[in-house]
Design a protein around this ligand. Structure first.
Ligand code: S3P
Length: 446
């Protein structure tokens, strides 16, 4: 149990841990490349460690020394059959992306994860992989993991994905490395493009236009054979982790926070435009590019926020930030409407239900919908806070624990986070970093 006390001011500068999505992809492509890739800024959270363990089980040497992760890649055909089941833990990204790679291997594997992971939908990758010729089955025949994948000769595909999901798109593009023809994925809205950027950096033939991404496989006659080449990768800070401190800086009065070295790829940075729409004082400083990804330092000052509407194509660019955005909307003047976010129901938890239940416990005026929320904010007036402290159950979902820890900073009374250790999935140092920003806490005051 973690107790969060209200605070009156946050101040300071911090770096958030490496981007989770990019960290997974670095291990995967590093393993499939020829030679040694050196990765800096890798996220040592439980999800990315699951990916490392899976590749170690398939014969890849991966070493960690200080801040450098060395991946001794063995080429596209270098993986070996693992002994036993591949444990994907809580990680949907590991499961869906690795499935694309496993579908092209000359051996059989079984993937399984924790209770949350094993209840998430996998048909979204099973159907298109099957169309490509893969043999993939759900052991419980419920469209979820455990999955059994028997590697097979794969064919190209022109796939219109019904969901905007980087995990589905990436699964197919990675399977495309083993296909005999181009793999094209068209999405209803553009999802994060880290796989495309990294495939390109490793030397793959990948072409992107708007909502379409196409990989031309190494074994495709017209362009001839190519390999993935090992490389140095610098992983920027994760904007999804920065999101908690962005929200905190905006809603805790008198605050000023600088978050250094954050990835601001426009397929991830929807939270910045939403905050600006809500009237936030946010500045991007020292913009630069590192390893093919745009990066900046973010300066946040407490702001008077007002409600907004969040819908349509922006949703995939802030999907993981919607819990904290919904919480932040409780501190804005007027109504905030979030729609087109059905996907929230199939994340690590049903985030629509769990966010609205916990916000209601804190006294918020929130109405859940099938695809989002309506939140009627109560901008804090002097002497009264918009939320009141409560006991928060997180269903072991890291993003829920961090969202409500920030809510607790601005609530009247104590907030109790029931399963705080789940932050280890993406941000093991979260509570320590948060403590470091607190200038004026009400802990221990009557
Ligand atoms: C991710 C894609 C998103 C996101 C997840 C990470 C990725 O999932 O929610 O946390 O690294 O590709 P979907 O592709 O299911 O939307």
């Amino acid at each position: 149990m973690k107790v969060i006390y209200p605070v009156n001011k946050l101040q300071g500068s911090l770096r958030v841990p490496g981007d989770k999505s990019i960290s997974h992809r670095a291990v995967m492509l590093g393993s499939l490349a020829e030679g040694t890739s050196r990765v800096r800024g890798f996220l040592k959270g439980a999800d990315c460690l699951s990916t490392i363990n899976c590749f170690r089980q398939m014969g890849i040497r991966i070493e960690e020394k200080g801040d450098v992760l060395s991946i001794y890649g063995k080429g596209l055909k270098g993986l070996t059959a693992p002994e036993g089941i591949l444990d994907v833990g809580n990680s949907g990204t590991t499961t869906r992306l690795i499935s694309g790679i496993l579908a092209g291997q000359p051996f059989e594997t079984t993937l399984s994860g924790d209770q949350s992971l094993n209840s998430r939908p996998m048909k979204r990758i099973m159907d298109p992989l099957t169309q490509m010729g893969a043999h993939i089955s759900s052991l419980k025949e419920n469209g979820c993991a455990p999955l059994r994948i028997r590697g097979h000769r794969l064919h190209g595909i022109d796939y219109r994905s019904p969901v905007a999901s980087a995990q589905v798109k990436s699964c197919l593009l990675l399977a495309g490395l083993y296909a005999d023809g181009p793999v094209k994925v068209t999405e209803p809205a553009r999802s994060r493009d880290h796989t495309e950027r990294m495939l390109k950096a490793f030397g793959a033939d990948i072409r992107c236009h708007g909502k379409e991404s196409t990989i031309i496989p190494p074994a495709y006659g017209r362009t001839g054979d190519y390999h993935l080449h090992a490389r140095e990768i610098m992983i920027p800070g994760d904007i999804s982790s920065a999101a908690y401190f962005i929200a905190a800086g905006l809603i805790v009065p008198d605050s000023c926070i600088e978050i250094r070295n954050v990835g601001i790829n426009d397929t991830r940075a929807g939270i910045l435009s939403v905050c600006r729409d809500m009237g936030a004082d946010i500045r991007l400083l020292n913009r630069r590019e590192e390893s093919g990804e745009p990066v900046a330092d973010i300066l946040i000052r407490s702001s008077r926020l007002h409600g907004t509407v969040i819908e349509g194509d922006i949703i995939p660019t802030l999907i993981d930030e919607l819990p904290v955005i919904a919480m932040m909307a409780c501190f804005a003047e007027g109504e905030t409407i979030i729609r087109d976010a059905h996907e929230l129901k199939v994340k690590e938890s049903d985030r629509i239900t769990i966010v609205s239940d916990n916000l209601k416990r804190m006294g918020a005026d929130v109405t859940p919908a099938e695809d989002g929320f309506i939140i009627r904010g109560k901008a804090s007036r002097s002497g009264s806070r918009a939320l009141k402290g409560a006991r928060i159950s997180c269903a072991n979902d890291h993003r829920i624990a961090m969202t409500f820890a920030i809510a607790g900073l601005c609530a009247d009374g104590e907030t109790l986070i029931e399963d705080p250790d789940c932050v280890d999935i993406s941000y093991p140092d979260f509570f320590r970093e948060l403590d470091g920003l607190i200038v004026d806490s009400e802990e221990g005051r009557d």
